[in-house]
Design a protein around this ligand. Structure first.
Ligand SMILES: [Zn+2]
Length: 283
């Protein structure tokens, strides 16, 4: 499932391809992708709009629009759900399977593909309300993290995956950040000491920054159907991608030696999600 780094990499890929282009014709092949709007209303709102900017908030892609035909200038939000991806291809080229929406821009088509259909496109900005702080921004200080975590008795891993607490972390990077910080995922949030919160903040930022740098340095085919290892959600690596073992310290590595201490990585289930950790490194 795409998390902050995957969405950020896609945003950086799409920005130069979309900014300044006009959406001329919208074809909704799977109406579920634009709910609660109907396909014709969605198309009406988007057609004629020029894309002025592409950004990210939490796991949402944010497309700033000017001059759309149907309504005031606005913002289109894209969510990739579990399997969504977006790409720009030459008009007339055959589409990938599971195409949900095609936004024709003249010589090129901007395509949203979503096999499992948990993602979507929406003009509903309420989706962004109440989201927690962006962990890579300067304003994300230790004090901010401490305030967001509060004195909750919830397991810290579950807490940091809550998008209202902190934006952008999912199962993979929450697991990785906790390993970096040496904190056991099932620890009650309120039991974290000041020094641990400082380390957690550092861990969150480091694992996200590393993931963005890694992804940005690979040649990715965003029109592809996904990497063989299932980890390059944001595109298929056209080069041999780093294996999970190289990319992750604990995630999806149950039974394999911890990269730090060689102790086997353990797997448990927290709030219904697989959780990977090292019993020796994480306390
Ligand atoms: Zn270890």
């Amino acid at each position: 499932m795409p998390e902050l780094p995957e969405v950020e990499i896609l945003v950086r890929h799409l920005r130069p391809l979309l900014v300044g282009k006009q959406v001329r014709e919208v074809t909704v092949l799977r109406p579920k992708a634009v709910r609660p709007l109907s396909a014709p209303v969605f198309a009406e709102q988007l057609e004629g709009a020029e894309i002025a900017g592409v950004g990210r908030r939490a796991k949402y892609l944010c497309f700033e629009l000017i001059g759309s035909r149907g309504s005031k200038p606005g913002r289109l939000l894209g969510h990739l759900g579990m399997t969504g991806r977006m790409s720009v291809q030459a008009a007339g080229e055959p589409y990938a399977r599971h195409v949900s929406v095609v936004m024709g821009m003249g010589a090129e088509d901007w395509v949203f593909v979503d096999p499992r259909q948990f993602g979507g496109l929406t003009f509903d900005e309420q989706r962004l309300e109440g989201l927690g702080p962006e962990p890579l921004e300067d304003a994300f200080t230790e004090a901010v993290l401490r305030e967001r975590l509060g004195s909750s008795q919830q397991a810290v891993k579950v807490r940091i995956m809550d998008q209202q607490v902190l934006a952008g972390l999912g199962n993979i990077y929450a697991s990785e950040a906790l390993h970096w910080a040496g904190i056991a995922p099932h620890r009650p949030t309120g039991s974290l000491k000041s020094v641990e919160i400082a380390r957690l903040r550092e861990g969150i930022r480091r694992v996200l920054e590393t993931a963005i740098r890694t992804g940005a340095s690979l040649a990715l085919d965003f029109a592809g159907s996904g990497g063989g290892d299932g980890l390059f959600y944001y595109g298929r690596a056209t080069e041999a991608p780093a294996s999970a073992e190289e990319r992750f310290r604990v995630y999806d590595r149950a039974g394999q030696p911890c990269g730090t201490c060689q102790e086997p990585i353990e797997r448990s289930v927290l709030a219904g999600r697989s959780t990977y950790f090292c019993r020796r490194c994480q306390r």
